[in-house]
Design a protein around this ligand. Structure first.
Ligand code: NPG
Length: 358
């Protein structure tokens, strides 16, 4: 069942509420979906997690679209490795996922089983952006706690750190709580980060710049809160080096950030060997990317709840698959072939379609 063509489809999806972080505020996703088509086999789906703008990482969705169309798919057509293309992890991950999904659906193999997942359910965590006021933040956290999320992650940035975290901790003394800075701090302003040590946080995620492994190692020696890396971990090699340097004791694993699920599984194995904590991150995925994340998070080395939320956390409507819903604070790992989710008719959310023949 060789893949004959890949459809590049852009869909515009409003977010249920604006998501404010240190790198900007997002109110919709201009998502790129890939559909791998073959004459006689099932379609395979992939989702590119590159953001509308290159603010979280150097990739963005328009750039990824061109890289996939002009550089990656021609290599797939010629049977050449995608490794020749430097960087562009999110573009590569999307291609890998669409081709893998087509193959697994054709062979009747669930993605979770293919990856080596052992769990049938995974703990759900939720990320909460910066709010206009502490009162608003507390309302948002209360709502998610009531919905049953098993841990909460707060976005922090200089000026929005100690007070909001203190307020949430006072209101919810036993809540598994962590914070994410997306690299917004420098070694000159570690004072507030040190103050966070009193709030019994699970971890402090990516406080410093993405290329500052030594800075993180130095910070880790000064703080009691475990340091987790996200943007800095781009491959199994960087994971190994970050761990060896003492730059982190926890890793946030996102398949899109590391070039796909195969590399993600290698990083999982590095973390297991090193005894380092691991959880699955999220990038506002639709049901397509979410299904892949949930399958990955079923691997045995995931020790902490992920950014794995119900579909309606991010999208009030226009969810592309049957929605993921919380079941006692957990999500079910799909067990049907491939991604294990059916993709609905997308006509009403589609903004463009391009077909690339292989
Ligand atoms: O649950 O899907 C989710 C989002 C969790 O906060 C989240 N993601 O910095 O980790 C992050 C952030 C993000 C979102 C990063 C979109 C990049 C794009």
């Amino acid at each position: 069942m060789p893949v004959e063509a890949v459809e590049l489809r852009r869909v515009r999806l409003p977010l249920a509420e604006p998501f404010r972080t240190s790198y900007g505020t997002q109110s919709f996703r201009d998502a790129l979906l890939l559909r791998a088509l073959s004459d006689d086999g099932p379609d395979g789906w992939g989702e590119c997690v590159a953001m509308n703008e290159p603010l979280y990482s150097p990739e963005h969705v328009d750039g990824a679209h061109l890289v996939i169309r002009d550089h990656l798919l021609p290599r797939v057509a010629a049977g050449r490795s995608l490794d020749d293309v430097r960087g562009n992890a999110m573009a590569k991950a999307a291609v890998e996922l669409a081709l893998l999904d087509a193959d697994l659906r054709g062979r009747g193999v669930p993605l979770a089983r293919h990856l080596g997942a052992t769990a049938s359910m995974v703990d759900a965590g939720v990320a909460i952006g910066e709010a206009a006021s502490i009162g608003e933040l507390l309302d948002r956290v209360d709502r998610r706690v009531e919905e049953g999320y098993r841990r909460v992650k707060l976005k922090i940035a200089p000026g929005w750190d100690v007070e909001p975290v203190r307020a949430v901790r006072e209101r919810h003394p036993d809540l598994p709580l962590q914070v994410d800075a997306n690299g917004a701090y420098s070694l000159d302003d570690v004072e507030p980060l040190a103050s966070l040590d009193t709030f019994d946080l699970l971890l402090l995620e990516q406080p410093l710049a993405e290329d500052d492994l030594l800075g993180h190692a130095g910070l880790a020696r000064r703080l009691r809160t475990p340091i987790c890396l996200d943007e800095a971990i781009t491959s199994a090699r960087t994971a190994q080096q970050a761990i060896a340097l003492g730059a982190c004791t926890v890793v946030n694993l996102k398949p899109g950030r590391v070039g796909g699920l195969a590399e993600a599984v290698r990083i999982h194995d590095v973390c297991v060997d090193a005894g380092v904590g691991l959880w699955c991150g999220g990038m506002l995925e639709t049901g397509i990317g979410r299904a892949a994340n949930v399958a990955l998070a079923g691997l045995p080395g995931f020790t902490l709840p992920g950014d794995l939320s119900s579909s309606d956390r991010w999208y009030a409507a226009d969810v592309l698959t049957d929605p993921f819903v919380l079941d006692d604070g957990r999500l079910h790992v799909p067990d049907a072939p491939g991604l294990g989710v059916d993709v609905r008719d997308l006509a009403d959310v589609t903004t463009s379609i391009e077909l690339v023949r292989l």
